[in-house]
Design a protein around this ligand. Sequence first.
Ligand code: ACO
Length: 322
Amino acid sequence: QSKSRITAIGTYVPERILSNADLEKMVETSDEWIVQRTGMRERRIAAPDQFVSDLAIRAVRDMVDRYGVTVQDVDMILVATSTPEYSFPSTASRVQSKLGITSTGALDLNAACAGFVYALQMADGLISGGAYNKILVIGAETLSKITDYTDRTTCVLFGDGAGAVLLERDEDSPSIAASISGTFGEGGIHLYKTALSEQMDGAELKSGCLVQNGREIYKWAIRNIPEGVRTLLSKGGMTADEVDWFVPHSANLRMIEAINERGPFSMNRTLTSVEYRGNTSAASIPLALQLAVDEGRLKAGDHVLLYGFGGGMTYAGSIVKW
Ligand code: ACO
């Protein structure tokens, strides 16, 4: 039984825009190909001296400005990222120090593009179990720093950004109605970035930048996500009609359309950040939520079904009352 509620959200994206026209000058591609295959028009790219903790604190400051909340008394900072600036110290520790929060736990969590939903589930568990009262949950990425801008099959997809939410104890009106997660580790080879090893299950890996087998991910996502969404709805005792918005990870608009053709939601009840932000991995779901709040589409009391999926390959979904 959940005992926590999301009380505030904030986001940040870097100023520099990387458009499809810019990409046409860098690799052999076209605006038409990119829009047709991915639905993407622009992405934001961090400055050379801007790292993931810088984006994360800007998202937190945006949240504080919008909602007038304080983060100085949080018990825990949880950052979901697969592009930390250091192996350690954690990004969360950098966020703690840069925000001058004097007493809080801090740790990073890596579940690639599913990271934000996993972090939300962990934070809800820590509050609902009685350990803590207030947790700062952040999804932040600088994928541009691990993208190979000579590889047209990946460089058109990824962007940078950050989103933060505040989760607070609320036993009367909790946010999280139901959660699921699952993993297909055998598919890890289809999306990776090496660190200390250059082999996986006996196969040689390419070191350096992010490597992706887009076709395999596409097939896995289309095959598994509609079923996962139905499982989550049934666990929450809800029908798709009782959920106002579906918020899948913004990996690729065409892929989301294909998921919806097989799943219970229509595109006009789906929120994404993909068109002008690209695939921002752990940041994509809070970016989509914030856009919908700003556009007046997502309102207090709405039910949203969040569904993160990606490298691992792993997924996590939660039904949340906004
Ligand atoms: N511009 C022009 N042509 C291109 C480009 C490009 N940017 N990229 C690939 N092509 C070419 C290929 O070389 C290929 O040419 P060929 O037939 O002569 O060999 C052709 O287009 C088709 O390539 P496919 O890879 O089959 O294209 P597909 O339709 O599968 O689209 C894409 C590729 C967009 C990457 C798609 O597979 C996809 O979106 N997959 C899912 C990726 C994803 O979501 N990843 C992230 C999930 S988890 C996370 O977010 C980290």
